[in-house]
Design a protein around this ligand. Structure first.
Ligand SMILES: NC(=O)c1ccc[n+]([C@@H]2O[C@H](COP(=O)([O-])OP(=O)(O)OC[C@H]3O[C@@H](n4cnc5c(N)ncnc54)[C@H](O)[C@@H]3O)[C@@H](O)[C@H]2O)c1
Length: 351
């Protein structure tokens, strides 16, 4: 059945905004209607794709209302930009993090809920077929009860990455920029996080921002995760370097997450399930089964999903509230590192 494509505007035509534009152009269920970005690059991208250019969302809305807007602007203006769209009744896909602090994020989520306008947060990895399959394996009970998790974000960011001063400052480190994706993945797989411990270090580069963080996450289910983050080591064990999700990174045939349950364990992204054929015991041989999934680009799937949410056919996979909770966990990790104290998270609103 053919449908009228969802008319989407993209706000912020930078690194990720340009990728959203490509996926909208390639997606039959969506259509690019405008580019909003005060910079010259935004004007040029709009012209190249034959769509109107606007310097601000206000100008876009004055010219006509799109069916949805993708907010891919810097973190500091996500709330302001998304609130403006919500006030106009336009559904929003806002890039992660939903806000640069949880209080502001709550303001946005509350406004969207009150207005009944859907918000999606760009934690696109949940759309990756690897994540969907892993979640099904966990939910199937094949692993028994998940008790322990080990997750790694280890890679080397080259020296020129730290050229712009803001990347050396607090807030721009791998916990806030990168680990937020892994926290969202782990919440999607294991459930709510209720407390965190963390210690961080800048021992190698000596920048004001962290380069290493050792984290313990405590889940409502009782599961415990150890999570290790470091962007100053030459190593292949991260989502970025193992999944092939983003072709910009070389891919290693290695694991980045290990989930261990009372009946078996699972490694991601390979989706290998380890179990005993006979009785469960460390004396018994382990068998390994590898599940295959066809790769699909999660950013493309996220745009298709946004169109389906706009048509009222699907509920947001990563709602504003979900994106906010992931941000709250990351803020708690930073607080735990700063204070040396365990941080207990208050239950999510509505739970
Ligand atoms: N999901 C992911 O994997 C992923 C990857 C990269 C970035 N991001 C997120 O996407 C956002 C943008 O990151 P980026 O790397 O593309 O940044 P960028 O600096 O490359 O691009 C930001 C763009 O926004 C424009 N802009 C700034 N203020 C604006 C406004 N008020 N209205 C319209 N346009 C405005 C700038 O001119 C620039 O072109 C950040 O929140 C980042 O965290 C997400």
């Amino acid at each position: 059945m053919s449908r009228t494509p969802a008319r989407l505007a993209v706000m912020g035509a930078g690194l990720i905004g340009r990728r959203h534009i490509q996926h909208i152009l390639a997606e039959p269920a969506a259509e690019l209607t405008a580019v909003v970005d005060p910079g010259d690059a935004g004007r040029e991208i709009a012209a190249r794709n034959g769509v109107p250019w606007h310097a601000s969302l206000r100008d876009l809305l004055a010219a006509g209302r799109p069916d949805g807007v993708v907010v891919a602007t810097p973190n500091q203006v996500h709330v302001e930009n998304a609130l403006e769209a919500v006030a106009a009744g336009v559904p929003v896909l806002v890039e992660k993090p939903i806000a640069d602090d949880p209080v502001e994020g709550e303001r946005l989520v509350a406004a969207a809920e009150a207005a009944g306008v859907p918000i999606l947060v760009g934690h696109h990895r949940r759309h990756n077929p690897i994540m969907r399959a892993a979640r099904e394996i966990v939910a199937s009970g094949r692993l028994g009860r998940i008790v322990a998790v080990n997750a790694l974000f280890w890679l080397y960011k080259p020296d020129d990455y730290f050229g712009p001063a803001w990347r050396r400052e607090p807030g721009a480190g791998p916990v806030f920029l990168n680990l937020i994706h892994d926290v969202d993945n782990l919440r999607y797989l294991i459930g709510e996080i209720v407390a965190v411990h963390a210690v961080e270090s800048n021992a190698v580069r000596g920048h004001a921002v962290e380069e290493t963080s050792a984290i313990i996450l405590q889940f409502a289910s009782g599961a415990l995760a150890t999570v290790s983050v470091c962007d100053t080591v030459v190593a292949p064990w991260s989502w970025e370097m193992t999944t092939g999700e983003n072709p910009a990174y070389p891919q290693a045939d290695e694991a980045c997450y290990l989930l261990a349950g009372t009946e078996g364990s699972l490694s991601l992204p390979k989706l290998e399930v380890w179990s005993n054929a006979g009785p469960r015991s460390w004396w018994e041989p382990l068998q390994r089964a590898r599940l295959g999934v066809a790769p699909e680009d999660p950013l493309a799937l996220q745009i298709r999903h946004f169109a389906a949410v706009i048509r009222g056919e699907e509920a947001p996979l990563v709602s504003g509230r979900e994106g906010l909770r992931t941000l709250e966990v990351v803020a708690a990790i930073k607080r735990a590192s700063a204070t040396g104290q365990r941080v207990i998270l208050s239950p999510p609103a509505g739970s």
